[in-house]
Design a protein around this ligand. Structure first.
Ligand code: PLP
Length: 496
């Protein structure tokens, strides 16, 4: 064990204040466990012994061990020691195609989920509304009505993969309100917007295919595309969406297999693309025969300004645009339903993939959602807009007053997130744990970049932060960033 550990730590730990030392120890141990250098059942060295070998504080090793345990790599038996668990490591990547990304030990979403609920931490991490504002009460009523309906037996059978007709009809009606002319038969019900994205990615992309994405963009879509072996070209994003000239250059340099855009209240920046620019982009894509995946995750959460029609509503869009939307982001969090509108040429392949994945989405939930959409959606959206519009303003005001000069804070016209660019050289990933220590959490910007992350960025989402914690959360974050930006308290000199 000692020899193997010595090998794993042959390259000295970096102490330049970049990656925290405990994280370096944790990641090297994970690498050794994953590669089989440290076998399941092995007892790791006692904390003090490893700390002395590595000349670090025992607290640093203890923190690394604690994270290994939280991620399921080891189990601590108190004074009995810390043991490597079986099955913690992914299988050897023998058959993986070259360039395939390494799976993350713990998905980012799981880490954010944990942090948002850590006791005493104000978690600016959830980009979806709280249950009270999303009005679970009315949804519960729809569920119990359906359960008591003598004809509800019809929901306890298998359905076609594209979903229940009653829900597809409601979705077609809702799409109509947004200017999209859709027949119920063209709607595919999915397990949220994420499954709609994943189905399109799997239908269209082969390993090595190029995808054009915004920079930065939603990491859930990036990960689905990475999993399919995609390469990325990035479109820098301004306040009104991607740069048109740059898009033309990129399309001419190498035609991509797919363009992915999140054009309204973009996650993470909140940017919304104007109507004229949408039409210009669509015309370009039609001319070049490149499909567009439009991710419209929360268009109803608009606090200011007029709605902009989705790409799918524009003339000529039906054969080029795949439109993905979920109901969890803005309406009923946790319901795990969404839908996909796809060009006719892709319907058959998408139905095959949906069947392969889960045969169909939960029929009973589809029934309840259909009646909720018909009866409760409009009132819920009005309430959400009122509550979250005020909450966004309070957060923007507190951040703009408290952050050091040179910080950028976006104020989008809607959505539940703000995008922050820090001044100077304060990497958001490095202050993440210090922020949690001070009782506030955010999402570091790095995962939102397909390549070369800009580490001075972060996303603050206020979906689950109640009104009375907004100011206090902003105060904790601003005071940390001000301290770290102060040259007399240079962050690189802070011990972990
Ligand atoms: C931009 C964007 N698209 C899609 C999704 C997927 O959402 P869901 O599957 O809950 O509909 C998310 C969730 O965070 C998102 O932020």
């Amino acid at each position: 064990m000692g020899d193997k550990l010595a090998l794993g730590f042959m390259v000295p730990l970096a102490r330049d204040g970049g990656v925290p030392v405990f994280a370096q120890i944790r990641d090297r141990l994970i690498a050794m466990i994953d590669s089989g250098e440290i076998a399941a059942g092995t007892r790791l060295p006692p904390i003090r012994a490893l700390a002395s070998t590595l000349s670090v504080n025992p607290m640093t090793v203890a923190k690394a061990y604690r994270e290994l345990a939280e991620r399921g790599h080891v189990r601590s038996r108190g004074s009995g020691g810390t043991f490597v668990l079986a099955g913690a490591s992914p299988p050897p990547a023998g058959d993986a195609p070259p360039g395939r990304p390494e799976p993350q030990a713990v998905p980012l979403t799981a880490r954010l989920f944990e942090l948002a609920r850590a006791p005493g931490v104000i978690g600016f991490t959830a980009n979806y509304p709280g249950p009270a504002e999303g009005d679970v009460v009315t949804f519960r009523r729809r569920l119990s009505e359906l359960a008591q309906d003598p004809e509800s037996d019809r929901f306890f059978r298998y359905d076609p993969p594209a979903g229940r007709l009653c829900l597809r009809e409601e979705i077609a009606r809702m799409a109509e309100e947004q200017g999209m002319s859709v027949r119920p038969g063209e709607v595919m019900v999915t397990a949220g917007g994420q499954q709609a994205i994943d189905l399109v990615v799997r239908a269209l992309l082969r390993p090595g295919d190029l995808v054009l994405v915004e920079r930065p963009t939603y990491f859930g879509a990036l990960n689905a595309m990475r999993e399919a072996g995609a390469r990325f070209a990035e479109l820098p994003l301004g306040p009104d969406g991607p740069d048109l000239g740059r898009l033309e250059v990129l399309l001419a340099a190498e035609p991509p297999r797919l363009v992915y855009l999140n054009p309204t209240f973009q996650n993470p920046t909140g940017a919304t693309l104007g109507a004229a620019k949408r039409q210009a982009i669509l015309d370009l894509l039609i001319r070049r025969g490149v499909p567009l995946l439009e991710d419209d995750h929360c268009p109803e959460l608009r606090f200011r300004g007029d709605p902009v029609p989705p790409f799918r509503a524009l003339p000529g869009a039906a054969e080029t645009v795949f439109y993905a939307r979920g109901f969890g982001k803005a309406l009923v969090p946790g319901v795990r339903l969404g839908f996909l509108l796809a060009p006719a040429w892709a319907h058959r392949r998408l139905a095959e993939l949906k069947s392969l994945t889960d045969l169909q989405s939960n029929a009973f939930m589809q029934g309840a959602l259909a009646s909720w959409l018909a009866s409760d959606r409009v009132a819920t959206v009005e309430r959400l807009v009122r509550v979250y519009g005020a909450r966004q303003q309070a957060l923007v005001d507190a951040l703009r007053a408290g952050l050091p000069p040179g910080s950028g804070v976006s104020q989008p016209d809607g959505g539940l997130s703000l995008w922050i660019a820090l001044p100077g050289e304060v990497p958001s990933g490095d202050i993440y744990y210090r922020a949690v220590n001070r009782g506030v959490a955010f999402v570091p910007g790095a995962p939102f970049y397909a390549t070369a992350p800009d580490s001075r960025t972060m996303r603050l989402s206020f979906g689950l932060v109640p009104d009375h914690e907004i100011r206090e959360g902003a105060r904790r974050l601003c005071s940390l960033i001000c301290d770290l930006s102060d040259p007399s308290m240079h962050w690189a000199s802070w011990a972990v």
